[in-house]
Design a protein. Structure first.
Length: 292
């Protein structure tokens, strides 16, 4: 979607490295999202890109669709840019998503990204990659309803608790397809990202560890203000998590002797679904939109 390099008339920061592109220097601009880049930074451009938003800034809070583009895949550019940055330089960091970033920086960068709308400042200037992870988690946690939505919340909990593996997977696939398009696409994008994190030996974040981090964020509770009884109903149970004993083998079912909550079990089971299932929601005319 990029156009041939052209000369810059008004100095602007590069959308990848953040350095200012000075007057008269060559730059590349994406036809679709209008992101301006140094030619040398083009290969590191966040993907998939999204069109320029209709408004200049996002709301401070809202449901996921309020932040999504108008054309598929319906993944908010904030999510895309955070994930791209994490995969660019974070897949060798121990405890990715578990180690917290500095709260003040997380809040500041989240504020800057929300105020910027679709034309985000470059995250390459954020020294600590855990801050980028914190921004992504805080954005998802701050939505008015979790990705699985309030209306489907109980159905996801029930499906993830089905003892039979095949029936469990079938039920979860059906529920994912019933999600609002933006929620479905974003969930698919995040699942593929978290699978790549789980496959990194340096991160030391397997599926269960990632599920513990993202269960409360992606699944949460069945309402915005759950009662104490509703919170107790999400009781810990013995958690079934499928994982491959050796690379290349079909996932096998194993049982963990401790008791994470049902929201953790939902994410663990979603991460156990085949990657091709998730990729099917993100396919567009250009197959190279998915990070490799």
């Amino acid at each position: 979607n990029s156009v041939p390099p052209h000369q810059v008339i008004r100095p602007e920061p590069c959308g990848v490295c953040g350095s200012r592109i000075r007057f008269g220097k060559a730059a590349t601009k994406c036809r679709k999202c209008q992101l301006l880049l140094h030619p040398k930074c083009q290969e590191q451009c966040p993907s998939p890109c999204v069109p320029r938003p209709r408004h200049h800034a996002w709301p401070r809070e809202g449901v996921l669709a309020d932040f999504a583009p108008t054309t598929p895949p319906l993944v908010p550019v904030l999510v895309l840019q955070c994930v791209t940055e994490v995969e660019r330089r974070g897949l060798t960091e121990t405890g990715l998503y578990r180690v917290p970033g500095m709260d003040q920086l997380v809040r500041e960068w989240k504020r800057r990204l929300l105020q910027a709308g679709g034309m985000l400042p470059a995250l390459g200037t954020v020294t600590d990659i855990h801050v980028v992870c914190g921004v992504l988690k805080d954005f998802l946690r701050g939505l008015k309803e979790p990705l699985v939505t309030f209306s489907l919340h109980s159905a996801f909990l029930q499906a993830a608790d089905i003892p039979d593996d095949a029936a469990c997977s079938t039920a979860l696939c059906h529920l994912v397809s019933k999600l609002p398009p933006a929620n479905r696409d974003t969930l698919a994008f995040l699942m593929l990202h978290l699978l790549r994190v789980s496959h990194s030996p340096e991160c030391k974040m397997d599926i269960l560890n990632l599920s513990r981090v993202f269960g409360p964020t992606l699944v949460g509770h069945g309402s915005a203000n759950p009662t104490p009884l509703a919170i107790m109903e999400d009781t810990p149970r013995q958690c079934k998590v499928r994982g491959s004993p050796r690379p290349g083998l079909h996932p096998q079912c194993c049982w963990h002797p401790y008791s994470p909550s049902l929201s953790v079990q939902v994410v663990a089971q979603l991460l156990s679904l085949p990657p091709d299932f998730w990729k099917g929601f993100l396919r567009t005319e250009q197959e190279n939109l998915l990070p490799q």
